[in-house]
Design a protein around this ligand. Structure first.
Ligand SMILES: Cc1cc2ncn([C@H]3O[C@H](COP(=O)(O)O)[C@@H](O)[C@H]3O)c2cc1C
Ligand SMILES: O=C(O)c1cccnc1
Length: 357
């Protein structure tokens, strides 16, 4: 059972040594701002790897940066809670496969390995393209405003599939891994999950998603409130809540995050939906948070709220509201720069620069 896995807490005993290493670089104290925090986190995550030690201390090695985009359809889409119909999920998956989406451009620009997974889109793509990973649970979830989105068994199966896939990506040498999603109406699912996991009122967690009208927003709010009204969420386990309100792609991302955390790899969190999946992963294993870097704070209303729940300080604020892993892909160059300065920037001693404190 994945819910029983143990994510090790990050050993912070060498944090002072790491900060000392950063403070000896040729710059005023703290002048690289949040990049210094990222460098410290990367160094802590990688401190125990034998090949990551050199005569100056820890060396950060980022290998095979990858983004996995999980796609799934949502029964709730039938209520008109998105600007687009469910068919657009499959159309966008085909677009990803052909290299035409925003995430493809950003992965190409930043040398990131990109993988797309069918976690349960409405219409299967046949024949299976060679660059599509197929781990479908079912042809889309049920409409959660009427009934459970999926069974608890399906939720666990999805978590397991995301977990195992991520383990295999790590086994192929990746140690920096970001997650993205595609699924029409999945902001409805994410808002419902956020309210269920935090108790925050739906009117605070519901947002415009792809850019819906006020009338659609009212429908979205009503649907989510109706779903929550039938549940006693405080008595439910994370997999049970996921089964009621989740999506196949969201559940697979939860499993994927847990696998990366268990293997102590650096996880890059994308937008609103993936941040909600991250919150759920921390409700299963609180230590998972230690391995997460939050890429951005986007324009979906409750993104900031869920980041706040996680005490997260995102790197970017670009007004994004797309998902697909785009925020994660945009943050990866910053993460690479943090590693680069940590490893290669001269110290006051080595460069014979007078240390001013
Ligand atoms: C063409 C298109 C491309 C997208 N790429 C990501 N999303 C994003 O929008 C969806 C969530 O918003 P909502 O809950 O309002 O449907 C998800 O598929 C998300 O990845 C897209 C949406 C559309 C329409
Ligand atoms: O932040 C996101 O992930 C997001 C926001 C709106 C629509 N789709 C995704």
């Amino acid at each position: 059972m994945i819910l029983d896995i143990v994510v090790p807490a990050l050993d912070k005993s060498r944090l002072n040594e790491i900060i000392h290493q950063i403070n000896n670089k040729t710059k005023p104290l703290g002048a690289l701002g949040d990049l210094e925090k990222i460098a410290s986190q990367l160094a802590l995550i990688q401190q125990n790897e034998e090949h990551n030690q050199n005569n100056q201390g820890i060396e950060i090695k980022l290998s095979k940066p990858s983004i996995l985009v999980f796609a799934g359809d949502h029964g709730i889409a039938a209520q008109g809670v998105s600007i687009a119909p469910s068919e657009v999920t499959q159309q966008m998956v085909l677009n990803f496969l052909a290299g035409g989406a925003a995430i493809n451009c950003f992965c190409l620009a930043n040398d990131i390995d990109f993988k797309i997974i069918d976690a349960g889109i409405k219409t299967e793509i046949t024949p299976t393209p060679e660059n599509l990973i197929v781990q479908r649970i079912q042809a889309g979830t049920q409409d959660f405003s009427i009934t459970s989105a999926m069974s608890v068994e399906q939720a666990n199966q999805a978590i397991q599939l995301g977990f195992v896939l991520t383990q295999s990506i790590i086994d192929q040498g990746c140690n920096l891994i970001g997650f993205g999603e595609m699924g029409i109406a999945n902001t409805s699912s994410a808002s419902a999950l956020l309210s269920a996991f935090t108790g925050i009122e739906v009117k605070e967690t519901v947002g415009l998603g792809t850019g819906i009208s006020n009338q659609q927003l009212t429908t979205k709010l009503t649907c989510i409130e109706k779903a929550l009204a039938r549940l006693s969420v405080t008595e439910m386990k994370p997999d049970e809540i996921l089964a009621e309100l989740g999506g196949f792609e969201i559940a697979q991302i939860v499993g994927a995050i847990l696998a990366a955390a268990q293997r102590q790899k650096t996880i890059v969190i994308d937008g609103f939906i993936v941040t909600v999946a991250a919150l759920i992963a921390t409700r299963i294993q609180a230590n998972a948070l230690d391995y997460m870097i939050f890429s951005h704070s986007g324009d979906e209303k409750a993104h900031q709220t869920v980041l706040g729940e996680l005490n997260a300080k995102p790197l970017l604020k670009l007004g994004l509201r797309l998902g697909e892993g785009t925020g994660a892909a945009l943050a990866m160059p910053l993460i690479k720069c943090a590693a680069e300065f940590f490893n290669n920037m001269a110290t006051f001693d080595s460069a014979a620069v007078e240390k001013v404190v």
